[in-house]
Design a protein around this ligand. Structure first.
Ligand code: HXC
Length: 258
């Protein structure tokens, strides 16, 4: 596993906790951190003993955005040739569910990273925003697209054009996050949610995640057709037989991920 300690990994049972580790810079997402994060996620995704990931930052900041100091003097050509935002796409190809456990600042690229996860659990003091307008730019890693799909045009426009910051309660109200919990409980609750999900049928999780994400990308008829293929496909798994037999036999299923 790549190790510059920009991302810390702890594994407990079937859950991997990934912690962004640049606390001195509010977890600003520089290139080295993004590469380490994506390499780590891809490696963990290949490990069948894991069922779910939690991605978190520090209590003060999930992440305060892309690293402004790293890109301040870059030209358009530098950004293009380095494919500065490319690593952000890699998280969308991870098969296992990822829960973002957000406390403190969740800004710019940090919010875009959280929105690329599958669920967001927020501490009540968390703050969500797209402050790129203050830097003379705009969001570049999904902050106009995923955000608008999540909160709708009205709130997205305020966030992108006028740096409106959402409290955790507002983020819940507008559909950006799944759940808000007391500050002191966010890690514990995120890990408990992840453990619950990690205990579920692995193939059904993987295909269900993929199908829900497709809903944001495709036309209804195509999405419905893909969903149906995935549903039929799961009938070739041992877990489908096990799940349905266990129901009839009134016992807990024993999932194999096969
Ligand atoms: C680089 C950052 C940073 C960032 C914070 N730091 N955010 N460094 N890039 N995005 C550094 C500060 O420079 C400072 O370093 C240290 O972290 C602590 O931050 P402070 O500002 O002193 O803390 P505080 O006063 O508590 O304010 C916290 C904050 C503020 C509100 C989060 O730091 C802030 O506004 N940060 C920038 C947020 C932002 O604009 N994000 C969007 C980035 S653009 P020193 O060395 O001074 O101690 C973006 C585009 C994405 O994300 C496009 C796709 C990739």
């Amino acid at each position: 596993m790549p190790k510059n300690d920009l991302v810390l990994v702890e594994i407990k049972d079937r859950v991997a906790l990934l912690t962004l580790n640049r606390p001195e810079a509010m977890n600003a997402l520089n290139s080295a951190l993004m590469l380490e994060l994506m390499d780590t996620l891809e490696e963990l995704d290949r490990d069948d003993s894991l069922g779910c990931f939690v991605l978190t930052g520090s209590a003060k900041a999930f992440a305060a955005g892309a690293d402004i100091k790293e890109m301040a003097e870059a030209s358009s050509i530098d950004m293009l040739l380095k494919d500065h935002i490319g690593p952000f796409d890699r998280i969308t190809r991870i098969g296992k569910p990822i829960i973002a456990a957000v406390s403190g600042w969740c800004l710019g690229g940090g919010n875009e990273l959280a929105m690329s996860c599958d669920m967001i659990l927020a501490a009540e003091g968390a703050k969500f925003g797209q402050p790129e307008i203050n830097l003379g730019v705009m969001p570049g890693a999904g902050g106009t697209q995923r955000l608008t799909r999540a909160v709708g045009k009205a709130i997205a426009m305020e966030m992108v054009l006028n740096n409106r910051t959402l409290s955790a309660a507002e983020a819940l109200q507008y559909g950006l996050v799944n759940k808000v919990v007391p500050d002191e409980r966010y890690m514990e609750d995120a890990l408990a949610l992840a453990a619950e999900i990690a205990a579920r049928a692995p193939l059904a999780l993987r295909m269900g995640k993929q199908a829900v994400n497709r809903a944001l990308e495709t036309h209804l008829a195509d999405g419905i057709a893909e969903e149906r293929h995935a549903f039929y496909f799961l009938f070739s798994s041992e877990d489908q037989k096990e799940g349905m037999r266990a129901f009839s036999e009134k016992r807990k299923p024993d999932w194999k991920g096969k």
